[in-house]
Design a protein around this ligand. Structure first.
Ligand SMILES: Nc1nc2c(c(=O)[nH]1)N[C@@H](CNc1ccc(C(=O)N[C@@H](CCC(=O)N[C@@H](CCC(=O)N[C@@H](CCC(=O)O)C(=O)O)C(=O)O)C(=O)O)cc1)CN2
Ligand SMILES: [Zn+2]
Length: 774
């Protein structure tokens, strides 16, 4: 039987982030809807054509999104919260982007049809991490009596669009059970079974329309199948797929799982009435044996054997050795990446500045597809048909394994000398707190920000020019100094208590450190979507990590020299550096993390020596690194927390260590957060209205907390009363002397006008809280 090749999803942003540019132009009013939609269509056409040219048999459609595929699904089924004022019918772009980004005033109204729009002031929907990735989705919201109706025909439209270009695609849908599981309801006790029963007719309608349009296969993603599931979830899956199989005409479903093993859900998955099943054999290689033993003979297996979550070139010989017996068994198989290629950069061919050795060890989305096609040809036509490609793969694997670039004896020696004492502060928190209060002398409800200030076009342009050499080192430096000085003065002026330098010199909180640490490589165009138009270029951790020289001390010293108020030292922690990088797969993650911890520890000590009284070590990604299965949590949390403590514990008791985590689910890991033993933690709480403080209160979290009162993900300016109210709620959960006042996260994505207005309001809210205390 012929082995075929599928991609489960291709990056949406375009090789040069064309989608980002088009979206931001549209949002700022510099272009119109037609221009945005034309760019989007062009990107889709190019990505389909490219995949066809590379030899993909099952090219996906509806993997593209203007913002997020979960939001697309909410639009498809008409799950639009009442605050967005949707009147039914098809969900238009204004509502779509209001859900994605919030909306304020009438600035965004550009229907251009002469209708009078009311001024709107709505917050964005909640955004959270997609499984254990750095991709964020918009959380679906379900109301009491939630009804569903087909409200966006995007999936059908894009199928037809590709078809018109001669490409018969396999449309991608987010499966109904995962969709419901990712969502939340404002009403307690809203039954998921009722929701599912209301939802299924929409899915049936979509499948029938796709069938009518000519689709034969549909990829239906149910990554919830790799999570710990309750009996109730399993029942929902059974009910959902029975209904889809019974009602949908002629469509074959490829049930797609990724990011882990089916594990104890395998039997559940295998009895679902679907035509195919996709397995992540990178995260969970061992499951292939079980599946082969148990799967009904007619079930098409899609084998996810190329890593969709990392950038390493595959060892094709090793993979072929595993595939041979499956191919010979006569079962229909499809070769695929482990998951959508959304999480990898697009094309290594664009990288001409990478170290040649490191480059030869890498594969981005395009190269991964080439690997899949090579593997399929080896199985279909024999190895000799692709001898050259196989030899190149094998040479690269050997080169990487034996390269002197990845080992550093000094790092190994230093790691061997780490003691338990190095992971503990000297005194316990109450004693540290006393010393810190004495040294800092802050008032109640101290105000601060999380670190970054707006990364304006000017800042980015200056950095780009400096990179190109058209702006000299001295010019760039003096530009950054001026930005920093202005920002420090402004923070003093509006009355913030603890200041930051603004991070203008940083391209990104992880990449900036990656560029200065030994053991990391970085790309020019290796962008990966994080949310909406926002992208990151994850550094590539390929070797042992060390810090050749101080990284942030000079900028901190300059900023502190401008003010008498405490200036926070600002660092990214080792767990976050690790989780937001592409990490080597030849040593355990825990070890790479410890190496990074030692490097950042050196920076912490140097900042203290330079005079820093407060040092913030951001661990924004600690939670997203949590394994998807509860049974694996402890191991991870143990080494992650230990790495943080190793980083933070080189300082005196009077030095205040802050950490920052911008997410809102702590209930499950609050004990580990406590074990980190930070003096102050800032967290994201504005969108969830302080919901998560319950976890801290129940745990009797002893240290100080800055629950974010300003949702920085949206241009919306929160009024004083809104933040005062959030602080009032915080006071019902925490002791007044525990509370700091700060935004949810850094302000790099914001513009100055809204930032200024919001922070002035925030300071006023803190003053109101102080007054209420007196
Ligand atoms: N790594 C990481 N993950 C994270 C976060 C984070 O901050 N970092 N925050 C959370 C939310 N996610 C976010 C992800 C990205 C951005 C973000 O702002 N990204 C920027 C890019 C940041 C960057 O690397 N900037 C570079 C490159 C900027 C650039 O585009 N330069 C132009 C040229 C500039 C010009 O001429 O205008 C180019 O290279 O083409 C720089 O400043 O130097 C963007 O998409 O716009 C924000 C939040 C969770 N995950
Ligand atoms: Zn943050």
């Amino acid at each position: 039987m012929t082995v075929t090749v599928a991609t489960l999803g291709f990056p949406r942003i375009g090789p040069r982030r064309e989608l980002k540019v088009a979206l931001e132009r549209y949002w700022s009013g510099k272009s119109d809807r037609a221009a945005l939609l034309a760019t989007a269509a062009e990107l889709r056409a190019k990505s389909w054509a490219r995949q066809v040219a590379l030899g993909v048999d099952h090219v996906p459609s509806n993997d593209f999104s203007l913002y997020d595929h979960v939001l697309d699904t909410s639009a498809m089924v008409g799950a639009i919260p009442a605050i967005y004022g949707w009147a039914g019918g098809s969900v238009d772009l204004d509502i779509y982007f209001a859900m994605a980004r919030g909306a304020q005033g009438d600035a965004q109204d550009e229907c251009g049809q002469g209708c009078t729009h009311k001024a709107v002031d709505v917050p964005a929907a909640e955004m959270t991490k997609w499984f254990d990735t750095n991709y964020h989705y918009l959380v679906p919201e379900f109301a009491a009596g939630q009804a569903f109706a087909l409200s966006s025909t995007k999936v059908i439209d894009e199928y037809l669009e590709a078809r018109a270009q001669g490409v018969l695609t396999r449309p991608v849908l987010l499966g109904p059970v995962t969709f419901l599981k990712l969502g939340k309801s404002q009403t307690e006790g809203l039954h998921r079974q009722e929701l599912l029963r209301a939802l299924l007719p929409v899915y049936v309608e979509v499948l029938n329309r796709l069938a009518a349009a000519g689709a034969t296969w549909v990829q239906i993603d149910e990554p919830c199948l790799v999570l710990d599931l309750a009996a109730e979830d399993r029942a929902l899956l059974a009910e959902a797929y029975a209904a889809l199989a019974a009602a949908a005409t002629g469509i074959k479903l490829m049930l797609t799982t990724y990011f882990g093993a089916l594990g104890d859900n395998l039997d559940t998955a295998l009895v679902l009435p679907v035509a195919g099943l996709h397995l992540d054999l990178v995260r969970a290689p061992a499951q292939l044996g079980d599946v082969l033993a148990k799967a009904p003979p007619g079930l098409v297996l899609s084998l996810g054997i190329i890593d969709g979550r990392n950038v390493w070139r595959a060892d094709l010989d090793a993979i072929l050795a595993r595939l041979d017996p499956v191919a010979k068994s006569g079962r229909a198989i499809v070769l695929a990446p482990s998951c959508s290629l959304l999480h990898t950069p697009i094309d290594l061919a664009q990288e001409n500045a990478l170290d040649a050795d490191v480059r030869s060890w890498l594969a981005f989305a395009v190269q991964k597809i080439e690997e899949l096609v090579t593997l399929a040809r080896a199985l279909n036509e024999g190895r000799s048909a692709v001898a050259e490609a196989l030899a190149a793969s094998s040479t690269a694997a050997t080169s990487r394994r034996t390269s002197p670039k990845i080992h550093d004896q000094a790092v190994a020696t230093r790691l061997a000398q780490v003691t338990a004492a190095m992971t503990r502060r000297h005194a316990s928190f109450p004693e540290r707190r006393r010393q810190q209060a004495e040294q800092l002398g802050l008032s109640a409800f101290p105000t601060t920000t999380i670190g970054s200030f707006p990364q304006t076009e000017d800042v980015r342009k200056a950095r780009a020019a400096h990179g190109k050499g058209t702006l000299s080192d001295a010019e760039y430096e003096s530009f950054l100094r001026e930005e920093t000085a202005r920002t420090v003065r402004w923070q003093e002026q509006i009355g913030l208590d603890v200041l930051v330098h603004g991070e203008f010199e940083r391209n990104d909180m992880v990449q900036y450190f990656g560029e200065q640490l030994a053991g990391f490589a970085f790309t020019r165009h290796g962008w990966v979507q994080s949310y909406g138009s926002r992208c990151v270029r994850p550094p590539i951790l390929f070797g042992d990590v060390s810090r050749p020289k101080p990284m942030t001390v000079a900028w901190w010293s300059y900023a502190q020299s401008l003010t008498a108020r405490p200036m926070k030292g600002m660092l990214t922690g080792p767990v976050t550096i690790l989780n937001w990088s592409f990490v080597r797969d030849d040593i355990p993650r825990a070890l790479a993390c410890r190496q990074t911890a030692l490097a950042i520890r050196d920076e912490v000590v140097d900042l203290e020596q330079a005079g820093a009284r407060i040092i913030q070590i951001d661990e924004a990604a600690l939670r997203e690194g949590l394994p998807l299965r509860r049974g694996d949590w402890n191991t991870y949390l143990t080494w992650a927390v230990e790495s943080f403590r190793l980083t933070a514990s080189g300082v005196a008791d009077r030095t205040q260590i802050h950490t920052h985590m911008c997410y809102s689910e702590f209930n499950d890991i609050i004990a580990a957060i406590g074990d980190m033993d930070a003096d102050v933690i800032s967290i994201e709480t504005a969108r969830s209205k302080m919901e998560l403080l319950g976890a801290f209160a129940d745990y009797r979290y002893p240290a100080e907390i800055g629950p974010g009162v300003y949702d920085i993900h949206s241009p919306r300016v929160p009024p004083v009363e809104e933040m005062t109210e959030l602080l009032r709620v915080a006071r019902t959960r925490l002791a007044p002397d525990q509370i700091w006042v700060n935004p949810d996260c850094g302000l790099k994505t914001r513009k100055w006008p809204e930032t200024e207005a919001a922070l002035v309001n925030m300071v006023a809210a803190a003053q109101a809280a102080r007054a209420a205390l007196a």
